[in-house]
Design a protein around this ligand. Structure first.
Ligand code: PAX
Length: 124
């Protein structure tokens, strides 16, 4: 559906920021992108690449997603990522995250007439 691609953009896309060792990145970005409302989203990955590069992953061969659906695709190249994981001490509404800066291939699920990413499945 139409709104799913906007949700993916909000939750996973951050082409402006380069990978840095900013320990506050996840604390700031998880809040700024509305992933700390109601609950602290436990795990979320941001992608620091242009939209065209990430959309193009949907043109790679189909692979099976973690949930068994066939609409996943793996990037042929490693991409710059920040992986955010909630810390053990984090308690809602004070959501606290640890950031890991990675260069890994991503697996996304794609949907739609304009076939674009809607879900972040994993990095490998
Ligand atoms: P989502 O809700 O899982 O999927 P996310 O990717 O940001 O959100 P709506 O209408 O929004 O409910 N969709 C699919 N989901 C899963 N698998 C397939 N094949 C699929 N095809 C379509 C967003 C929408 O995509 C639809 C799905 O129905 C949703 O529609 O991950 C939990 C969250 O953590 C992120 C990824 C997930 O958020 P998990 O563990 O259940 O896979 N996340 C997870 C991450 O960002 N980084 C990580 O490394 C991991 C492990």
């Amino acid at each position: 559906r139409f709104w799913r691609l906007h949700k993916f953009q909000r939750q996973h896309m951050d082409p402006e920021h380069l990978t840095t060792n900013n320990t506050q990145y996840c604390n700031l970005m998880m809040k700024a992108r509305n992933m700390t409302k109601g609950i602290c989203k436990p795990v979320n990955t941001f992608i620091h690449e242009p939209k065209e590069i990430v959309d193009a992953v949907c043109q790679e061969a189909n692979i099976t997603c973690k949930n068994g659906q066939p609409n996943c695709h793996q990037s042929s190249l490693p991409l710059n990522l920040t992986h955010c994981r909630q810390t053990g001490a984090s308690k809602y509404p004070n959501c606290q995250y640890r950031a890991s800066y990675l260069t890994k291939q991503i697996i996304v699920a794609c949907e739609g007439k304009v076939y674009v990413p809607v879900h972040f499945d994993a990095y490998v």
